[in-house]
Design a protein around this ligand. Structure first.
Ligand SMILES: Nc1ncnc2c1ncn2[C@@H]1O[C@H](COP(=O)(O)OP(=O)(O)OP(=O)(O)O)[C@@H](O)[C@H]1O
Ligand SMILES: [Mg+2]
Length: 272
């Protein structure tokens, strides 16, 4: 059974310290909800695990089945069985979605997938996600609506069959029917034994996918690691109880007043 272990992880972005000693373990078959206020390091954690070059690991370990994967490239990590569904998927004009998916499948298997098998898989997966088939053949994410991009991330997950999948706000921008089909897909993939680390700000998605654990990132550290009841509590009362019950002060981002625009002048007036 695959296990992802994060030990004392410190990460910087553009010279700014974001993660300050994260410890977290996720095993295949587990579904972990990752919560936390805006800007506290959730996406940074997922990007650092996946090996995004902009996120510099300055200390700590990222172990996959006991092996440190920090020096591996993104595609090598994907080949081991890690997957990241991004918060803001990039548009790649000129690269067809289906060519991209097929290349990604081929990169992790010994022999190339047959055209027949690939299109059969694509057809089933797009139907499961209630996605128009033409999205699979257009340029990767180019001109896709917000919800279409998110469904396309799920399409990649289905086809790439990772051991541990990380989903960053997969529910943002989805209409109610799409949230339903995305959560049904997550539940189907869970039954195949995949582990999930899921970021969302909303209890609705978590109600549909029933996480086994919930962890909360505050100020670049895991402040709480507990049962799924944490999700309901945060949804109903916010993060304030973490300060009153655990004595953890929630740092707010200071407004940077150096870049002057009409917008910042208006903000300056408003906060006087
Ligand atoms: N490329 C970057 N350049 C500069 N700062 C960055 C960059 N990426 C992230 N940051 C900063 O790192 C901090 C953590 O960002 P991160 O995206 O991890 O937050 P988050 O917890 O995912 O928030 P949200 O809930 O809003 O998605 C923020 O202050 C953000 O501005
Ligand atoms: Mg984020």
């Amino acid at each position: 059974m695959a296990t992802l272990e994060i030990k004392n992880l410190h990460v910087e972005v553009e010279g700014k310290k974001i993660l300050k000693g994260v410890n977290l373990t996720i095993s295949e078959g587990e579904t972990v909800a990752l919560l936390g206020p805006n800007g506290h390091g959730k996406s940074t954690l997922l990007n650092a695990i996946m090996g995004h070059p902009r996120y510099t690991v300055t200390d700590g370990e990222i172990l996959f089945d006991g092996k440190d994967i920090k020096s591996l490239s993104v595609d090598e990590r994907a080949r081991l069985g890690l997957f990241l569904g991004m918060q803001s998927p990039a548009e790649v004009p000129g690269v067809s979605n289906s060519d991209f998916l097929r290349a990604a499948i081929n990169a992790k298997s010994e022999k190339p997938i047959s055209t027949y098998k690939f299109y059969k898989m694509l057809d089933t997966a797009t139907k499961d996600l209630k996605m128009p088939f033409d999205l699979a053949t257009r340029s990767l994410n180019e001109g896709f609506s917000g919800g279409e991009k998110k469904r396309n991330e799920m399409l990649q997950l289905i086809l790439l069959e990772p051991k541990i999948a990380m989903l960053d706000e997969i529910d943002s921008g989805l209409d109610v029917d799409a949230i339903q089909s995305v959560s049904e897909t997550i539940n189907r993939e869970k039954e195949k034994g995949r582990g999930f680390l899921i970021i969302s700000h909303y209890a609705r998605l978590f109600d549909l996918v029933s996480p086994t654990r919930a962890v909360v990132i505050i100020n670049g550290r895991i402040a709480l690691d507990g049962g799924p009841e944490l999700i309901k509590r945060i949804d109903q009362t916010g993060y304030e109880f973490i300060k009153t019950e655990y004595g953890i002060e929630i740092q707010k981002e200071e407004a940077d007043m150096n870049d002057v625009s009409i917008g910042t002048c208006a903000v300056r007036e408003a906060i006087k």
